[in-house]
Ligand binder design. Structure first.
Ligand code: URA
Length: 424
């Protein structure tokens, strides 16, 4: 096989075979296919797409480029959860202890963030002492002992994805349904869970901007997971406004604690209850209503919160020392009316400028900075009311930008529901 012929084939909108896709991935990982050749092929894929079968074979080849983690020594059905990413998405910090407190084993490998705010691992690292670098034996051992562990993804998991993702990032080839689906699913399938629940986000603060494309991506990933022998479902959820009231690593840990104590933002709480319910229902093979009853009870009785405390303690974190900047600026509105929108993308960009996210993977982040939304969608505000608090580190921003992210109008508009639907 010759890579130039395969690039030509995709350029002419023809299908690649399983063997051709395998050859491409294996040769690229071994540096036998050069970055400029791979970039050209990725662009042809972006323009002409891949069929579901081609995407399945691409996922399989990327998955097989590394190790598949063997969780079979852990008793019970392991369900993994993955979000396509959004602003203020701290759901893993909440659902992992809920589900673990109900006897569902959670062996969660998460990543650091690249973009506006940190990933789950960055959020956890805002808790001083919390260890995320756990070797695979200790990782499995911890799940056997306390039913939950959250660690970083190892280098051996889908290495082809790491190499291809880095190239996509600098060649304008991130936004292809097939490439996104293969990237996510190769990593999910490599981390060894028995079943997978996906949270596909759409809206201003998400990778996918509209619901139609979110459904398309969800269907593709569900197809890949199910055809790989792992029951897979995908929630479609809204990300026009930030998820919850807090955006920024340490602040998001604080908000997770509120939700685990039955308080906090309703959208975030509702979403975490739905995700946890599906995970419990899939793991225990019980109906949704019974699973929901278990989830609500776990929150009500503080069983989930106690599991969170156990997890943090087990991995060495000290919650008394969470990084949250003491330097706070109160943003006041000069308008009265109903808050009809809060632009998730604008909030995310401001947070990144404050230092909460990375532009490049070697960048340091400031765990203590971020934004707390004080007045959220649907609330009425008077002139001079504090609508947000900005937690500042050593970078400056223009506070008017925070005001601009809030749309305040005389007439109250209805808000999109957080959950649009589910693809099974
Ligand atoms: N998240 C991933 O892991 N990969 C993508 O391609 C996009 C989002």
């Amino acid at each position: 096989m010759y890579i130039v012929d395969l690039i030509e084939k995709k350029k002419n909108n023809k299908s690649l075979t399983k063997d051709e896709i395998k050859y491409i991935i294996n040769s690229y990982v071994k540096d036998e296919i050069k970055d400029y050749q791979m970039s050209s092929l990725l662009m042809a894929i972006c323009i002409n797409g891949l069929s579901s079968e081609e995407t399945f074979y691409l996922t399989e080849a990327m998955l097989e480029s590394g190790n598949i983690i063997d969780l079979s020594s852990i008793k019970g059905i392991k369900v993994d959860k993955h979000s396509t990413g959004g602003v203020g998405d701290k759901t893993t910090l909440i659902i992992a202890p809920i589900v673990a407190s109900l006897g569902v084993p959670i062996a969660k490998m998460s990543g650091r963030g690249l973009g506006y705010t940190g990933g789950t691992i960055d959020k956890l690292e805002s808790i001083p002492g919390f260890n995320v670098n756990i070797n695979i034996n200790d990782f499995i051992d911890q799940v056997k002992k306390i039913n939950v562990c959250i660690g970083t993804t190892t280098k051996e998991v889908a290495p082809a994805d790491k190499k291809i993702y880095a190239l996509r990032d600098v060649t304008g080839t991130v936004s292809s349904m097939a490439l996104i689906a293969a990237s996510i699913m190769s990593k999910k399938l490599a981390t060894g869970a028995d079943k997978i629940l996906l949270d596909v986000k759409y809206g201003k603060g998400a990778l996918i901007k509209n619901v139609k494309e979110a459904i398309e991506l969800a269907k593709l990933m569900v197809y890949i997971g199910n055809n790989h022998g792992k029951e897979t479902k995908a929630l479609i959820t809204n990300m026009d406004i930030p998820l919850g009231n807090m955006i920024g690593n340490g602040l998001e840990v604080k908000e997770a604690i509120e939700i685990l104590n039955g308080k906090g933002n309703k959208d975030l709480r509702d979403l975490c209850i739905v995700i946890s319910t599906y995970m419990v229902s899939m793991s225990k093979n019980i109906d949704y209503i019974t699973a929901q009853g278990e989830v609500l009870k776990s929150i009500r009785t503080k069983s989930a919160y106690n599991k969170f405390l156990e997890l943090i303690k087990y991995q060495g974190g000290n919650l008394d020392l969470i990084s949250i900047s003491p330097n706070v600026f109160e943003v006041k509105t000069s308008k009265s009316g109903y808050i009809n929108d809060i632009d998730a993308l604008k909030i995310a960009e401001i947070c990144q400028r404050l230092g909460s996210g990375r532009m490049y993977k070697e960048d340091d982040i400031d765990y203590g900075v971020g934004i707390e939304i004080i007045k959220n969608i649907g609330e009425y505000v008077n002139i001079g009311d504090v609508i947000a608090k900005v937690y500042i580190g050593n970078k400056t921003i223009n506070y008017n930008e925070v005001i601009d992210a809030f749309i305040i109008e005389q007439e109250k508009k209805s808000k999109k529901p957080i959950i649009y639907g589910i693809v099974k």
